[in-house]
Design a protein around this ligand. Structure first.
Ligand code: MN
Ligand code: MN
Length: 469
C-alpha cells in the first residue's frame, strides 16, 4: 500500500494527547499513525504514483477546526452578507477550518427540508471544505414539528431558534421544539436575549434622542441575556432535552449555565472571539468605527470577558465559534445613519477565529493546546454529530488536518485576509501562529499560505444523532 499523503514528524495534538509522529493518509482517511512510517510499503500490489510528503517538523498538527456557527450567503437584518459558499469556505480554510455547519434562516412558508435543500444547492458546487447546516426555525408550522424527527434521522440533528427578533419563539414553541428535537436525537441551539425587555429599552433610548451606536449595549444589557438563558435552560430541563446556548457573552448567563451543568443537566455553551478579546469601549467611537462592532449580544466590559476566559478553562463553555456574518461595511453605515437599532447585527470572523484563539489562548498561556483543540474542533464535532469522523486525529477518521506554524508572527488586517469581508473587528491584532497547511479528505486546500482548493471539492457531511458528553 502507498499512502496518498504523509505528514512527517509533526507535534500532534488531540483533545486528550500530545505526541510526535507521522500520519499516513489514503483515500481521504487517516490510515496510519506512528513514528518513522515508511513512505511506501512493499506489497506487490503494483500501486502507481508517489506519496506526497508534508514535513511538519516543529509544527503543531491539529484536527481541522470546525465552525458550527456561521451565516454564509445570508439575507438578514435588511441586508445581505458578502460571501457565497466559495468565498466563505475559502476564507474558512485559510483560517484553519475544514468543516462549516451554517445557520440558514428558514424562509416563511418554506419547510425545513426545503431550507436544507436550498442551502445544499448553493453550497455543493462552491464549497472548498465540508459543510452542513442547522436551520434557524422561523416559521413554526405543524408541518415543521412533524418533519423534524425524520430530518434528524437523515443526518440533520441540529437546529437553532431565537428568543429575540421578530422571528423569535414564544415559550410554548420553545418548549415543544426542545421536546421534539431533543427527544429524537437532535440538539437545539438558542440565541438567548429577552426580546420584550430589549424592545422597550431600545425604544426608550431612541425616543430620548440617544441614537448613536454607544447606546447599542445599553439596549441589550447582560441581565437580558442572563434572564433568557436561565429560562431556556429550565425549559429544556422540564422536557429533559439537551440545549446549546449559542454566543454567550455575559457573566450572569455563565452562572446559569455553570449551575445547570453542576446539576447534571445537558447544557452546552458557546462563545466567540469578539467576546473574549474586545471591550465595550469599541462603541464609544464615530459610527464609521463603532458600526463594525454592532453584533448581538453586544460586546461587553472587562468583567464579562474575564468570566468568559475562566469559563473556557473551567469547562463551563464547551466551544468557540465565529458567528461569522459578513455584512458589507457600507450597508452597516448606510442603515446606521438612523438610530443604532437599524445597523445590521453581525461581523466577519470565519478566518480569524482559530489564529486569534491560538495566539491569545495557547501562546499567551491562558489555555492548553489540548483545550484549544477541544474548543475549536472536538467539541464542535461532538455537538454537531460529526465525532469521531471529524474533530480528532485517529485511524479511521477523515484526513482533515490543520498544521500550525507557531513561530510565525504577523498583523491581522482586512487587506491581508483572504475572505471577501471588507472589514475585520480585529484590525491590527498581533498574531503568533499561522495556519500554514489545511488538509481536507487528504487533499491540500491551503499549503504554505497558498490556495490549492477547487470550488465544489467540499462535500455535504453526513451527521449522526447528538450524544451527550
Ligand atoms: Mn444569534
Ligand atoms: Mn449567529
Amino acid at each position: 500500500m502507498k499512502y496518498d499523503l504523509m505528514i512527517k514528524n509533526g507535534n500532534i495534538f488531540t483533545a486528550g494527547e500530545e505526541y510526535i509522529a507521522d500520519i499516513g493518509i489514503k483515500d481521504g482517511k487517516i490510515v496510519a499513525i506512528g513514528c518513522g512510517l515508511a513512505e511506501s510499503v512493499a506489497c506487490g500490489c503494483g500501486s502507481q504514483g508517489s506519496t506526497q510528503v508534508v514535513d511538519a517538523t516543529g509544527k503543531f498538527v491539529f484536527p481541522g477546526a470546525i465552525d458550527i456557527h456561521t451565516h454564509i450567503d445570508a439575507p438578514l437584518h435588511g441586508s445581505h452578507t458578502l460571501d457565497d459558499w466559495y468565498q466563505g469556505t475559502y476564507a474558512a480554510a485559510f483560517g484553519g477550518v475544514t468543516c462549516v455547519v451554517d445557520y440558514p434562516n428558514q424562509k416563511i412558508g418554506e419547510s425545513i427540508r426545503e431550507t436544507i435543500e436550498r442551502v445544499i444547492r448553493k453550497a455543493e458546487k462552491k464549497a472548498v471544505v465540508d459543510f452542513s447546516c442547522s436551520p434557524v426555525i422561523t416559521d413554526r408550522t405543524e408541518e415543521v414539528y412533524q418533519e423534524l424527527p425524520q430530518l434528524i434521522e437523515e443526518g440533520f440533528p441540529t437546529y437553532k431558534v431565537f428568543m429575540a427578533y421578530d422571528f423569535k419563539v414564544d415559550d410554548t414553541e420553545l418548549t415543544r421544539l426542545l421536546d421534539v428535537i431533543g427527544n429524537h436525537g437532535g440538539l437545539l441551539g438558542v440565541h438567548c436575549e429577552n426580546d420584550l425587555a430589549i424592545g422597550y429599552l431600545a425604544d426608550k433610548l431612541v425616543a430620548e434622542g440617544k441614537t448613536e451606536p454607544k447606546y447599542h449595549p445599553l439596549s441589550r444589557p447582560p441581565l437580558a441575556e442572563a434572564e433568557a438563558t436561565g429560562r431556556v435552560i429550565r425549559t429544556a430541563a422540564m422536557v429533559d432535552a439537551p440545549v446549546l446556548i449559542v454566543h454567550v457573552s455575559a457573566a450572569g448567563a455563565l452562572q446559569e449555565i455553570a449551575e445547570a451543568r453542576n446539576s447534571g443537566w445537558s447544557v452546552y455553551a458557546e462563545t466567540c472571539p469578539h467576546f473574549l478579546l474586545l471591550d465595550e469601549a469599541v462603541y464609544n467611537q464615530p459610527l464609521e468605527e463603532a458600526a463594525k462592532y454592532v453584533v448581538t449580544p453586544p460586546i461587553r466590559s472587562r468583567v464579562h470577558r474575564e468570566a468568559l476566559w475562566n469559563a473556557l478553562s473551567a469547562g463551563t463553555v464547551s466551544l468557540v465559534s465565529s458567528d461569522h456574518c459578513a455584512f458589507p461595511l457600507d450597508e452597516k453605515l448606510r442603515l446606521g445613519a438612523g438610530p443604532f437599532t437599524k445597523i445590521p447585527h453581525g461581523a466577519p470572523g470565519i478566518e480569524t477565529r482559530v489564529p486569534l484563539l491560538f495566539s491569545e489562548g495557547v501562546m499567551k498561556g491562558r489555555i492548553t493546546a489540548e483545550r484549544f483543540v477541544e474548543l475549536v474542533s472536538t467539541n464542535p464535532a461532538k455537538l454537531a454529530g460529526l465525532y469521531p469522523q471529524k474533530g480528532t486525529i485517529a485511524v479511521g477518521s477523515d484526513a482533515d488536518i490543520l498544521i500550525m506554524d507557531a513561530s510565525r508572527t504577523y498583523t491581522l488586517s482586512v487587506g491581508s485576509l483572504k475572505g471577501v469581508a471588507d472589514f475585520t473587528p480585529f484590525e491590527g491584532y498581533q498574531i503568533q501562529g499561522f495556519p500554514e497547511t489545511v488538509i481536507s479528505h487528504g487533499n491540500l486546500v491551503v499549503h504554505k499560505g497558498e490556495a490549492k482548493a477547487q470550488p465544489g471539492t467540499g462535500k455535504l457531511t453526513k451527521r449522526n444523532k447528538f450524544k451527550a458528553f
